[in-house]
Design a protein around this ligand. Structure first.
Ligand SMILES: [Zn+2]
Length: 273
């Protein structure tokens, strides 16, 4: 059975399983030149696939995603630091206000003590004890003020650190974005060139051969491969002698296919026939 001869049987059965000689099947024919164009077409399709893969896997895209995550963390960190700074500021102001109140109370008590307005021993003692207690309260409040100030300084320093990193991340992201955009532009240019070349090339391939090529490509990824030294360059398997003999016997304009992967096999001077 001439199993290696390509054939088309529209619309069914699956072209990958069709062999010539079957019912409703006609062999696909193309000049050797047109068959060679299939190899160029396959090269261009491989390049288009490569470009598409490159576009999807640009390292800048992954790096930018990381940058955006970090930028969001920094934004959150700065918001938290600002909230903390506000809280601490209010805490400090409140404590300072309390210190002021206690201090003026002490001043008033001392004025009363020094002014000799208080003469009763009991009252005098009470007033002195109140001053002592107010002094302790003042010391405690001053401690609170100091503590709030220290925490504000630390929060300030942390915020400044975050802001510095935020600026550096923004700068790196801008650089990466420019790099990514340049790469994308270059890919698009190469893609446009390959597509134009492909369109021109496809116009020189008979429609039924092109349709067969496209169907195989849709199934296998690669539609046509060179037969090189008895080996299919699509699946890299060596052809059996019987298949090679059939290909040898096939007319040059007969489109033949690999028995293993069903790709169109294109014969060249290097085919080893
Ligand atoms: Zn093959």
């Amino acid at each position: 059975m001439p199993a290696v001869t390509a054939a088309v049987a529209p619309p069914t059965p699956d072209p990958a399983t069709v062999v010539s000689g079957g019912a409703n099947v006609r062999p696909v024919k193309a000049s050797p030149e047109a068959q060679l164009r299939l190899l160029e077409l396959a090269d261009l399709d491989a390049e288009l696939t490569r470009l598409d893969h490159r576009r999807r896997s640009l390292p800048e895209v992954a790096q930018l995603a990381q940058m955006h995550t970090r930028a969001a963390e920094l934004r959150d960190g700065i918001v938290m630091a600002d909230t903390e700074l506000g809280d601490l500021g209010r805490e400090q102001t409140r404590a300072e206000h309390d210190v002021e109140q206690v201090r003026s109370r002490i001043d008033r008590d001392r004025a009363r003590l020094d002014g000799g307005q208080v003469s009763a021993a009991r009252e005098l003692e009470n007033l002195q004890s109140e001053v002592q207690s107010l002094l302790r309260r003042q010391a405690d409040l001053e401690e609170i003020v100091l503590d709030a100030m220290e925490r504000r300084e630390a929060a300030d320093a942390r915020r400044a650190e975050l802001a510095t990193e935020q600026a550096s991340v923004a700068e790196q992201a801008a650089g990466l974005t420019a790099k990514r955009d340049a790469a994308l532009e270059e890919i698009s240019e190469q893609e446009a060139k390959a597509r134009a070349a492909r369109t021109a090339l496809a116009a020189d391939v008979p429609a039924d051969v092109l349709a067969l090529y496209e169907r195989i490509r849709a199934q296998q990824g690669v539609g046509a491969a060179m037969l090189r030294r008895g080996r299919c360059e699509g699946c890299h398997l060596a052809l059996h002698t019987v298949d090679l003999n059939q290909i040898r016997a096939a007319a040059p304009d007969e489109v033949v296919r690999c028995e293993e992967c069903r790709r169109i096999l294109v014969r060249t001077a290097e085919s080893g026939l």
